[in-house]
Design a protein around this ligand. Structure first.
Ligand code: MN
Length: 276
């Protein structure tokens, strides 16, 4: 559990000991496969905590997440929406089940990705992108039974709305029954596919069960995905940063000195103020 509201599997960096140079610029992926939460008047979640040096990208598939941070931003991440928060120089924030969802209870299904920032952008002013489902271009795919929604970068001829600090492609592909999609990712990018819904998919000839993560070999650029009974895939692909990583808890920096500085800055109140 992360706090009392997020029942996650950590696919990386802890889960499977995958080398960072095979995942950069992605640093962490926590996946909350669908789980039932009982009704409560006290929303579950995780209380005030800091972040520095990277971005948190929160995907709500089912259920809703409420968010507040020390720069004054707050919002609700609804089903199909994505919150792309650039913590950069530092924010305090808290993440909870949205109040009405908590009162009713129900199925909760989400993911949080941490995107590392290039050294030269780690101390940028924090930025907050609330990207609604409807903000992402939807592309009907040539098989006539599948579609894609583009979050970041360009895929299937459409550009996603998310602003990123290094080249990243992120998209959701909804394969229909007997669906098939082919696409190219840039050579040298690190690429992963999470099967978030539906049935198993076949990714470049290998079966990928639902709620599993596939890391693509980055020795080619062509990807083919199919599914007999339909599946929803989250495609994440990015140019590696190729910079040293020093990470501790909620901080992802380049050196241990910068980690110690981040801790000192939190203590000194430089991340702002946020009430519990
Ligand atoms: Mn957080």
């Amino acid at each position: 559990m992360v706090g009392d509201g997020f029942k996650v599997s950590n696919f990386f960096p802890m889960g499977y000991n995958i080398p960072q140079d095979r995942l950069s610029p992605f640093f962490l992926l926590d996946y909350n496969a669908p789980v039932e939460f009982s009704p409560t008047d006290k929303p579950r979640g995780v209380g005030v905590h800091p972040h520095r040096g990277f971005e948190t990208v929160t995907f709500a598939f089912q259920g809703k997440v409420a968010h507040h941070d020390s720069t004054g931003n707050s919002g609700i991440i609804g089903e199909g929406d994505v919150q792309w928060m650039t913590a950069a120089s530092g924010v305090l924030h808290k993440e909870y089940h949205e109040a009405e969802f908590a009162r009713k209870g129900g199925t909760f299904h989400m993911a949080q990705l941490w995107v590392n920032l290039p050294a030269k952008h780690k101390m940028e002013t924090p930025r907050y992108q609330a990207i609604k489902s409807a903000d992402m271009p939807e592309v009907q795919l040539p098989d006539g039974r599948s579609r894609a929604r583009i979050l970041a970068g360009e895929l299937f001829g459409a550009k996603g709305p998310a602003k990123t600090w290094s080249p990243i492609i992120a998209a959701t592909i909804e394969l229909g029954a007997d669906g098939k999609a082919g696409f190219e990712l840039p050579a040298g990018f690190n690429s992963t596919i999470l099967v978030v819904d539906g049935d198993a998919a076949v990714i470049n000839g290998s079966e990928a069960p639902v709620h599993h993560l596939v890391i693509l070999a980055n020795d080619g650029t062509a990807v083919e995905v199919t599914s007999a009974n339909g599946a929803t895939l989250l495609v994440l692909s990015g140019e590696p940063l190729n910079e040293p990583i020093a990470a501790y808890g909620p901080f992802v920096m380049n050196t241990m000195e910068e980690i110690h500085q981040a801790m000192a800055d939190v203590q000194a109140g430089k991340f702002g103020v946020l009430a519990d």
